[in-house]
Write a protein that binds this ligand. Sequence first.
Ligand SMILES: Nc1nc2c(ncn2[C@@H]2O[C@H](COP(=O)(O)OP(=O)(O)OP(=O)(O)O)[C@@H](O)[C@H]2O)c(=O)[nH]1
Length: 515
Amino acid sequence: MVLAELGGSISRAIQQMSNATIIDEKALNDCLNEITRALLQSDVQFKLVRDMQTNIKKIVNLDDLAAGHNKRKIIQQAIFNELCKMLDPGKPSFTLKKGKTSVVMFVGLQGSGKTTTCTKYAYYHQKKGWKPALVCADTFRAGAFDQLKQNATKAKIPFYGSYMESDPVKISVEGVERFKKENCDLIIVDTSGRHKQEVALFEEMRQKPDLVIFVMDSSIGQAAFDQAQAFKQSVAVGAVIVTKMDGHAKGGGALSAVAATKSPVIFIGTGEHMDEFEVFDVKPFVSRLLGMGDWSGFMDKIQEVVPMDQQPELLQKLSEGNFTLRIMYEQFQNLLKMGPIGQVFSMLPGFSSELMPKGREKESQAKIKRYMTMMDSMTNEGNSNPKLMNESRIMRIARGSGRSVRDVMEMLEEYKRLAKIWSKMKGLKIPKKGEMSALSRNMNAQHMSKVLPPQMLKQIGGMGGLQNLMKQMGSAKDMMEANRCSVFHCASKAFRCDLLGGQVRMYNGDIVDLK
Ligand SMILES: Nc1nc2c(ncn2[C@@H]2O[C@H](COP(=O)(O)OP(=O)(O)OP(=O)(O)O)[C@@H](O)[C@H]2O)c(=O)[nH]1
């Protein structure tokens, strides 16, 4: 069972229970048994599931339920809290400090995705202004250094390793020394995944790692707990990264790994590409799992990609309905930085990456890059005033960018389309500096309906459905703050989205896949 289905099963069990006329001990037990079954099928360790069941029973007071309180909410909240507790070891992981060199060592079984994850981790921090470097201490697998070298070169991250040296300790010591001299503030050491080597490495390195990250493949199932514990016993694991959360693997092992290492999951890998890597936060994750969406994550993502100093200016221009080619160019740049657009959409309650098929993402990214090349060859005057575009200017742009006149026309058409959409955003209230989330409150259903692709709007149930959805999004945020969860109903269906399998589901008694 993939984690997506786990979320669906839990919500369904709660729904069924709340449909019962009387919520007595039997109804509660039925619901909890159903949840237990779902968790076990997702490979969560048996002991954890049993403890969760006992805790919920302790928290949920049936007398309170009988007294006419909102039963579903009380039980939902208890389940939400217990899932969060399972994923939260109660202590944060070591935090890197800018300006001070930190050495981070990656451990995990071979094939778990360690090397890929090392680069993703470095790339993530590089984008945030760190100066990372990679050291390949995997002398066990012949191709390991080449793989790291290839990944690091692609991401423009300095690396160190050796084809000749067979002692991982020697390589690590040399690598760390070199990058310290080069003032790198994040030195990442990739290891072989063999316990013995790692223990020696940890003990013999002159500068002990500040953090040991255990990388775990989400598909290893019930073995997760034991594997994580074995690593914890040989090295001081301080954080966990769970990889391949995009696949059809059972993801419950992640919950077990947290319990085994008593260390938090800090990131999850959601694909083979460099930017398919997400910060892991317990509460938004559980919210998404239970179909609440992650509205705050969405706004954070926007905040992350639109540079702080450009946010007020951009919003000002948009609110005036002043969408220029320059703005389009800048927004394309931001969009490319944002990573797969589907990933961003999956954060919206009710939406998922399935609505933006993976294959088409690449196509649209290539198109954006093509547009940008043409825009690069425009003069500044042309850039800011597309109305001045005439035949000879279009031909000059085509020649300058090595594209056809048709391509330039297509780019200008795209501009017109976007300008039209944004002109309808005129009057959008501008949030104060640093208050991007206010945008979500100011964006009403009318604004949203103009920017959503028509087929998506149809699936939501048209304007009425969207209004309903937006209303619930607003209350979802409040609910999230109050640690409660919910399912979105619109056009008499309930919407559920998940982070991983990326399925949007409508719920009207049965769950129907939109795929
Ligand atoms: N779908 C998916 N594939 C991933 C993810 N992370 C890594 N992979 C793939 O998993 C495979 C193994 O990854 P590696 O990085 O080579 O694993 P490793 O643990 O370093 O392996 P060894 O070097 O043999 O120890 C590669 O094909 C990666 O592209 C992920 O989050 N999602």
